[in-house]
Design a protein around this ligand. Structure first.
Ligand SMILES: [Zn+2]
Length: 497
């Protein structure tokens, strides 16, 4: 079915979007949530399992203290209240990658409630309410094989890997976010970005969206101004920051087209497709009662000691927003300059480049210039563009040492991004080093003088500004590799100026 989608501007002029985000974070604990199995990513299928995480009869779970501690720290960093007493609950449903036929989760007694996270969008602060932060266990993974798409439709068989089953998973749910109008897609992205930075600063997870340790579901609805919120859809497992933004936007356009045609939005889950940027329907959404939640009888209630919680709170690291403010001062940037660094997703990259010995201005120039341009062209995140902070620092080191000029450095950087090796290797292998040896440059200088007698005469008569044209000629014959300063000195020396 093809429908013509309305223009985004028209949609936000007529409808008000409300979004909400549910984020799942795999904690980086050494062992699983309720057993001692290791949690490392990868590994041969079904090698990191035991009777507990396989749900074998008679096995009993024991809660992982490190996971509870990490969840409380997340809650505190998100300004939540920490429950003095709460319980785990069984969420009952069947799915092949869930061996017990229930998931141990939290239902009406989450560990952390009622917080907020401030995010900056276009220089404006938006406060995102946090409904709850709770702890649960991850499911295994199902692999559908034999089909073209890797989805269950068309597959000839399905394989299940339980290595992931039982890995501690924290779910962070926002309150509905109304009143953001056309900014909805950007707010969604800014929130997930900020949340990821907070989680990383806490050291609780490696927050890698591409490996699934940070997964995001996006709720979207539209309503006409002055009427109740519309029916929402839930777009599942959106696995990059860029996709978060695209998924909200695409769902707003789709819902507007349905509503414009007099249709109704079905409450359902939808799948986001990276390739086309649109969503297709999944299953119709269950309600909480379908899961028959009840308190988990095999686990004692959680009652974190308030003194321990206070200790954890006092030991929280500097949060990203404050950290960024400190960096901005250290780098001497205006709010606007800092905003462009943020928009480019370059804060950490610049920070690491500076830590490797580059000046803040040079680090910023590379990441916001050449590398951002490249990331935009190829549609990848700046961090995945193919150059690392260490490589950029090495490149700038070669510029500072006079071995590369700006133009040659850009060529070397292209090689780095193409995976040809380190900047020094590329410079050497491709013979890109600046030539400043006067002996090697003399012939080119003489040639330029001989080819431009009128300019040479001008210089001889004292018009040294004319030397620029001869420097340009030498740069051309040496394919940009001559050291311009040395060339200029040679020319003036030859012509006695
Ligand atoms: Zn286990």
């Amino acid at each position: 079915m093809t429908t013509t989608l309305p223009a985004y501007d028209e949609v936000v002029a007529r409808y008000e979007p409300v979004i909400g985000l549910e984020t799942h974070v795999e904690l980086g604990t050494n062992t699983k949530m309720f057993c001692g199995c290791p949690t490392d990513f990868g590994g041969e299928p079904n090698t990191r399992v035991c009777p507990v995480c396989l749900g074998l009869p008679g096995s009993l779970p024991v809660a992982n203290k490190a996971a509870i501690e990490a969840t409380i720290r997340i809650g505190l960093a998100l300004n939540c209240s920490i429950a003095e007493w709460c319980r785990f609950a069984r969420k009952n449903y069947f799915y092949p990658d869930m061996p017990k036929n229930f998931q141990i989760s939290q239902y009406d007694e989450p560990l952390c409630v009622d917080g907020y996270l401030d995010v900056e969008v276009n220089g404006e602060m938006v406060r995102i309410g946090i409904e709850r932060v709770h702890l649960e266990e991850d499911t295994g993974k199902t692999l559908h094989v034999g089909g073209a798409t890797g989805r269950i439709h068309g597959a000839t068989e399905s394989l299940v890997d339980y290595n992931r089953a039982g890995i501690p998973l924290v779910e962070i749910v926002t309150k509905p976010i109304p009143g953001i109008g056309a900014l909805a897609p950007e707010v969604a992205r800014a929130y997930v970005t900020e949340l990821r930075d907070v989680l990383r600063s806490l050291g609780v997870s490696d927050v890698r969206m591409e490996e699934g340790s940070l997964r995001c579901d996006v709720n979207t609805s539209l309503n006409l101004p002055g009427v109740e919120w519309g029916t929402r859809t839930e777009t599942k497992n959106v696995n990059s920051l860029r996709s978060v933004e695209r998924a909200v936007r695409s769902e707003m356009l789709r819902q507007a087209a349905v509503l414009d045609a007099g249709g109704r939005i079905t409450q359902e889950t939808r799948h986001f497709h990276e390739d086309t940027g649109d969503t297709t329907p999944g299953r119709s959404k269950e309600t909480a009662t379908d899961y028959r939640y009840f308190p988990e009888p095999d686990l004692v209630p959680l009652a974190p000691d308030p003194a321990w919680v206070a200790e954890l709170k006092a030991a929280l690291p500097e949060l990203p927003r404050l950290h960024r403010r400190r960096l901005q001062e250290a780098w001497g940037l205006s709010d606007l300059d800092m905003q462009s660094v943020l928009n480019a997703g370059a804060v950490e990259l610049i920070e690491q480049t500076v830590a490797a010995g580059t000046s803040p201005s040079a680090a910023r120039k590379w990441w916001l210039g050449e590398l951002s341009r490249r990331a935009n062209e190829t549609g990848v995140e700046l961090a995945d563009v193919g150059a690392t902070p260490t490589q950029v620092a090495e490149l700038q080191g070669l510029v500072d040492a006079g071995k590369l000029n700006d133009k040659l450095a850009r060529t070397v950087l292209e090689g780095v991004v193409a995976g040809e090796g380190s900047p020094t290797e590329i410079m050497t292998n491709r013979g890109l080093e600046v030539v400043s040896d006067t002996g090697a440059l003399a012939a080119a200088v003489d040639e330029a003088i001989a080819a431009n007698p009128e300019i040479a005469d001008k210089i001889r008569s004292g018009k040294v500004a004319a030397a620029g044209a001869l420097v340009g000629a030498v740069m051309k014959t040496t394919r940009g590799q001559a050291d311009a300063k040395t060339v200029r000195e040679l020319i003036l020396e030859r012509l006695g100026a």
